[in-house]
Design a protein around this ligand. Structure first.
Ligand SMILES: Cc1ncc(C[n+]2csc(CCOP(=O)(O)OP(=O)(O)O)c2C)c(N)n1
Ligand SMILES: [Mg+2]
Length: 568
């Protein structure tokens, strides 16, 4: 029997376990949308207010599911709008099956309606693991099979396929689905838990067994591949303090653990004393852009799932390339065969540092707001979120200058409930749409997102989609009066005055009524400027069955804590 290219795409997606589709419609896409709709029992279809919104939702979905969603966008303009979703998915290793509808084959290179002067996949090429403009309908099964496999193979990331619009209407024999060498999906099954080289493990274990002052810097890979328990085991075995990065997509270590020593900086007192540093899946970019280097005389054991990461930020005396879980498991096993080295002095130093660090956090928590008007401090917001939503809520953090407090103060016994954005991605606007994607991926979990007021303005339209689809995500907008991150830099590195910052319009004047904006979208919203008001609003949000927005007048003083860390 003959079927259309569009129908073939839908069937291939289903065959490969794709369950969610994100799209914005337009000329030429309709046959595909019809085919996707026909299979609505298997493919949940989400149409959003812009390609930027849906691509960032797919990025959030990929982070939470660790499998790709299918995104299809409109020609050159839709692809351009979606590009920030592709760049963040690249930066933070989110699997994504990104596809563009492009000019029909007969009209290619004619610069007609909604056209692309060359290949639409050129736009994303430097950010994707693989790209292909599918030349004919009979190649669809192969294209989708390979794209899904590549996106999901560590290091995960986006792939970009382009479908010429006429390919959706091309009739092919349905047998092509079965004729591809890659069908059924079981014929393309990659076993991806690659093991590090035995010699490398031995070299790492040898270094560690002699280390006096071991330190671990943890990052994304560890949490993304569910290796946190192994990292905890390794840290405890070595008595090594664990440092996080200033910004992370996934948090690799529980920040409630007695060996958690705050976030990394080149001058971190424990890192400065390290003789062996294990860098486990960390990207080592600071918030200020400066590299976070270990001391020059320290030996570095660098663990990564991506061979291309070697040597990017730091040297690697021992580079262990493999699946993050296997890297850690093999290292732990190798260490277990060696005598355990007591390090009483280092233990005392680490203990005393962590004790002082925790006392400092208490001081920060107790600080009153610095504003002449009513506002709530970021530590208070964090405490309220934790008290009201509890330890099981999934927290998505795009609070920018609030992130330092978040990573240190939000109790994360299970760090895998935290989703953030790395310095490498550094994309304002990510938070709200990504939170919707995470909530779609995890329908049984409560998802709470904290976003800056400036960042939210980049993609606030995405929140309308939460209303359209009744996605019960809870969004907290930290209304601290504008763009404090960039204002800080202007003020302290370039000598700008408050007046100049105001003239540049980096201050939120006129004030945006975020709760009112939510109401105009048909979403419940509340504003709070006191702790009690915030608690009441959060409780209402928690109990609401649909999406909810809480706008909180936020003390901008969080910037000081953030800057103290990144410029230390
Ligand atoms: C797409 C993009 N454009 C510009 C920037 C630069 N930038 C970094 S922080 C920031 C302002 C963020 O404001 P807000 O979300 O209110 O956070 P705050 O600094 O107030 O904590 C901007 C514009 C960026 N990171 N991403
Ligand atoms: Mg702000």
């Amino acid at each position: 029997m003959k079927i259309s290219g569009a129908e073939l795409i839908a069937r291939c997606l289903i065959a490969h376990g794709i369950t969610h589709v994100f799209n914005v419609p337009g000329l030429g896409l309709q046959p595909l949308i019809d085919a996707l709709r026909k299979h609505h029992n298997e493919l949940q279809y989400f149409c959003g207010p812009s390609e930027t919104a849906v691509a960032l939702m797919a990025d959030g979905y990929g982070r939470a599911c660790r499998k790709p969603a299918f995104v299809n966008v409109y020609h050159a303009s839709g692809t351009a709008l979606a590009m920030v979703g592709v760049t963040t998915a690249w930066a933070d290793h989110s699997p994504m099956l990104f596809t563009s509808t492009t000019t029909s084959r007969k009209l290619a290179r004619s610069d007609g309606y909604a056209s692309v002067p060359r290949d639409v996949t050129e736009m994303s090429r430097q950010f994707v693991k693989w790209d292909w403009e599918v030349p004919s309908a009979d190649r669809i099964p192969e294209a989708i099979a390979r794209a899904v496999a590549i996106a999901q193979t560590p290091p995960m990331g986006p792939v970009h396929l382009a479908f010429p619009a006429d390919l959706y209407l091309e009739e092919v024999d349905e047998a092509v689905l079965h004729q591809t060498p890659l069908y059924p999906p079981g014929r393309l099954r990659g076993y991806t838990r690659t093991r590090p080289d035995a010699a490398g493990i031995e070299a790492a274990a040898e270094l560690l067994s002699k280390a006096e002052h071991p330190v671990i810097v943890t990052g994304n890979d560890v949490a993304q591949f569910e290796a946190v328990d192994l990292l905890v085991h390794l840290a405890e075995f070595l008595g090594a303090p664990v440092l996080g990065e200033p910004y992370v997509a996934y948090m690799g270590f529980p920040n409630t653990h007695p060996l958690y020593a705050g976030r990394c900086s080149s001058t971190h007192p424990l890192l400065s004393q390290a003789d062996v540093v294990i860098i486990a899946g960390a990207e080592l970019t600071g918030g200020s852009g400066a590299a976070l280097l270990p001391p020059r005389n320290a030996q570095v054991i660098f663990m990564t799932s991506n061979p291309l990461d070697l040597g990017k930020q730091t040297w690697a005396d021992v580079g262990l390339i493999g699946h993050p879980k296997e890297n850690l498991r093999e290292l732990v096993e190798a260490l277990d065969t060696k005598p355990r080295k007591p390090r009483p002095q280092w233990a005392a130093t680490v203990n005393s540092f962590v004790g002082a660090f925790r006392s400092q956090l208490k001081v920060e928590q107790a600080k009153p707001a610095s504003t002449p008007y009513d506002s709530v401090t970021v530590p208070e917001i964090i405490s309220s979120v934790h008290e009201i939503f509890g330890p099981d809520a999934v927290v998505l953090d795009h609070s920018t200058t609030g992130t330092s407090y978040m990573l240190d103060m939000l109790p994360l016994d299970n760090p895998q409930r935290y989703f953030g954005i790395t310095g490498r991605a550094s994309a304002q606007g990510w938070g709200a749409p990504a939170a919707i994607g995470v909530q779609i991926a995890l329908p049984d979990r409560q998802v709470v997102a904290l976003v800056g007021d400036g960042g939210f303005m980049f993609t606030s339209n995405s929140f309308y989609a939460a209303a359209l689809w009744n996605v019960p995500v809870k969004l907290i907008v930290l209304a601290n009066g504008g763009w404090h991150d960039v204002a800080y830099t202007a003020k302290h590195s370039r000598g700008w005055t408050d007046e100049e910052i105001r003239e540049a319009r980096w201050v939120a004047e006129p004030k945006v009524d975020f709760a009112g904006m939510a109401a105009s979208f048909g979403i419940e919203g509340r504003r709070a400027n006191t702790r009690a008001g915030l608690n009441a609003a959060l409780a209402q949000a928690r109990d609401a069955s649909g999406p909810f927005l809480v706008e909180v007048e936020t003390d901008p003083a969080a910037t000081d804590y953030y800057v103290r860390w990144i410029t230390r």
